[in-house]
Ligand binder design. Structure first.
Ligand SMILES: [Fe+2]
Ligand SMILES: [Fe+2]
Length: 230
């Protein structure tokens, strides 16, 4: 069976780099960097929240769920490294205030998983993943307009992975009785489920070294703390 199709890229509404003025290109470059700076810190929050989540499932009957959330954590660390490389190439880097804020958010929600129920964290994760899809799609729009086409394949892979995460979390709560009311109040509802017969579960931009020790990073402690020098 074919993998779940990647979401369609957001439409480009400008005339494109061939017709753009230097001001247009500068604006798109600035917006591209701004989105990636937010994404870089957002990946930190997501990874820390998922780390707390899978660790809270130590008594879970469904060890497959725990293992998958651990794998997703590893993918968020991978995204963070990839986005960090792009930012460096663009002459930019993380924002310290955002790093501290997102580190706090990630640790808070990761801790909450130890005392909260099942539905809330999964719904929040699916909603977050949906936002991440839009974030990388929008980054691709600005990259294309700015003539930064060499970043498009990487952005497409990250978009596809976030889409797979969104569908996977959504599938876990698709039949939950709280979903209709929560979706009406908060807006997000799960997209159609993944193709369960796909051995990859959809596209992934994981690299083998990211999955060594499933969820581990080369230096997890270093990944957890924002760099105070930034
Ligand atoms: Fe991610
Ligand atoms: Fe994700």
């Amino acid at each position: 069976m074919a993998p779940a199709p990647a979401p369609a890229p957001a439409p480009v509404t400008s005339a494109g780099p061939d017709h753009a003025t230097s001001d247009d290109v500068a604006l798109d470059r600035a917006l591209f960097v701004a989105i990636l700076r937010a994404a870089y810190s957002g990946e930190l929050a997501a990874a820390l929240a998922y780390r707390g989540h899978w660790r809270s499932l130590w008594r879970a009957h469904r060890s497959d769920v725990r293992a998958e959330i651990r794998r997703i954590e590893a993918e968020e660390w991978h995204h963070r490294r990839e986005v960090g490389k792009v930012l460096a190439e663009m002459g930019s880097g993380p924002q310290r205030w955002r790093e501290v804020a997102m580190w706090s958010v990630g640790r808070f929600f990761g801790s909450l998983c130890f005392v909260g129920g099942w539905f809330g964290p999964i719904y929040a994760a699916g909603r977050l993943e949906g936002a991440n899809v839009g974030q990388y799609e929008q980054a691709a729009v600005h990259a294309r307009r700015a003539g930064l086409d060499h970043y498009l394949p990487g952005l497409a892979l990250m978009t596809a992975t976030e889409d797979r995460h969104e569908r996977w979390f959504g599938n876990l709560i698709a039949q939950h009785p709280l979903l209709p009311l929560t979706s009406r109040l908060l807006g997000w509802r799960p997209p159609p489920p993944l193709d369960q017969t796909d051995p990859e579960g959809g596209l992934s931009d994981r690299r083998p070294d990211d999955l060594d020790g499933a969820g581990a990073t080369a230096d997890p402690a270093e990944e957890q703390r924002p760099d105070p020098s930034r």
